[in-house]
Write a protein that binds this ligand. Structure first.
Ligand SMILES: [Zn+2]
Ligand SMILES: [Zn+2]
Length: 177
């Protein structure tokens, strides 16, 4: 138990700090070090955290498509026209998706507060991070790799990854060969 006055470590049963003599409040932190509200077991911050991603400055090579298998996907610019696929390119900022209502999902801006899913494309593959997994695990989640041919679901919309291998000249241009 850490003393909230001097931060000294005390025995877990201590009620008075052995170092400074102040009464010890029960300060509890989650595994990530966030302070928990008194009496709470669940961290209020962890479920809202998205994993950090490495920076990337390479060319936006096309790596594949996310094909809409069921449900309705719309773009951020035109919320009316349904998309049949999303292009997946190497890029710094992950694609962000937010559910509209059951069976409908929209591509949204990076800073949208309704984002439920982020899709990261990098030369070593595509990976997906979903907020509801973070809530279930009550801890910051990770980007899970999505293999060619695999699909994932978000709000009743299924997206299947169809990989495209960039031609050799394009990879050479991008410095990958
Ligand atoms: Zn103390
Ligand atoms: Zn936490």
């Amino acid at each position: 138990m850490k003393c909230s006055h001097c931060y000294a470590d005390n025995q877990s049963f201590a009620t008075i700090c052995a170092k400074c003599g102040q009464a010890i409040l029960r300060l509890e932190v989650c595994p990530m070090g966030h302070l928990l509200p008194p009496g709470e077991q669940d961290c209020p911050i962890c479920p809202s955290m998205w994993p950090e991603v490495d920076s990337f400055a390479g060319p936006p090579l096309l790596r594949g498509f996310l094909l809409v298998e069921s449900g309705r996907l719309t773009g951020s610019q035109d919320p009316v026209a349904a998309l049949t696929y999303l292009e997946v390119r190497d890029q710094e900022i992950p694609l962000a998706l937010a559910p509209l209502h059951s069976g409908a999902v929209s591509l949204v801006d990076e800073d949208d507060d309704k984002i439920e899913c982020r899709i990261l494309m990098r030369p070593n593959g595509i990976s997906v991070c979903q907020r509801d997994q973070m809530k279930k695990q009550k801890a910051p989640s990770v980007y899970e790799p999505l293999l060619p041919g695999e699909k994932f679901d978000l709000g009743g919309v299924s997206l299947r990854y169809h990989e495209v291998v960039p031609p050799a000249w394009a990879r050479k241009l991008a410095g990958c060969l």
